[in-house]
Design a protein around this ligand. Structure first.
Ligand code: GAR
Length: 204
């Protein structure tokens, strides 16, 4: 059984999609803990409803990025996870932290990377006039929102879209691609070859 730890900062709808899919499809892998950097994250209640142990490592209590990341790492490693999943975890991570979890740290970002890294992706997509937008699941590397791409989902941008309507259309897709990607990575179906994510095939 592979062990998964999920990190959240807020609502936790991607986390819930993973928990729901894991339960419905009876994954071999198990989410063993949900950790938030914010004590008021709504997702903590949701995780508890699913019977998942939760913890808070409050980023506000740590003046420096490095000391927060060290405390977070300690809390995560208590569970000896095979995979760490960032699900709306709104922190920039130190390179030491990222290296510690190299190849077992996943993120979902609300844009078609490499377009629109960073914040306010939906507003920027609307302002730029792109016809298509979406979400990306990727392995985390030291550079923000860069890293081998596991999966993407594309949605149209409609003339009448607002930031909210576009975000909702993207989120619906996030809830489909993230659980699938998490399962594939946890169950060892994918490998990274020269910065690209490829399926494992038995003949190689
Ligand atoms: C999601 O849209 C996710 O892609 C985004 O935050 C939202 C979290 O929602 N993540 C980032 O912007 C990371 N840079 P959720 O808490 O309901 O899953």
């Amino acid at each position: 059984m592979k062990k998964i730890v999920i990190l959240i900062s807020g609502r936790g709808s991607n986390m819930e999609a993973i928990l729901e899919t894991a339960r419905r499809d009876q994954w071999d892998s198990r989410v063993v803990a949900v950790i938030s950097n914010r004590p008021d994250a709504k997702g903590l209640e949701t995780a508890a409803r699913y019977g998942i142990p939760t913890a808070v490592v409050p980023s506000r209590s740590y003046p420096e990025r490095a000391s927060f990341d060290a405390a977070l790492q300690q809390e995560i490693d208590r569970h000896a996870p095979d995979l760490v999943v960032l699900a709306g975890f709104m922190r920039i991570l130190t390179s030491g932290f990222v290296e510690h979890y190299a190849g077992r740290l996943l993120n979902i970002h609300p844009s078609l990377l490499p377009a629109f890294p960073g914040l306010d992706t939906h507003a920027r997509a609307l302002a730029t006039g792109v016809r298509f937008h979406g979400a990306t699941v990727h392995f985390v590397t030291a550079e923000l929102d860069v890293g081998p791409i596991v999966d993407q989902a594309v949605v149209p941008v409609l003339p009448e879209d607002t930031e909210e309507s576009l975000a909702a259309r993207v989120l619906e897709q996030e809830h489909i691609i993230y659980p699938r990607a998490v399962r594939d990575v946890a169950e060892g179906r994918l490998r990274i070859v020269q910065g690209r994510v490829l399926p494992y095939t038995s003949d190689r």
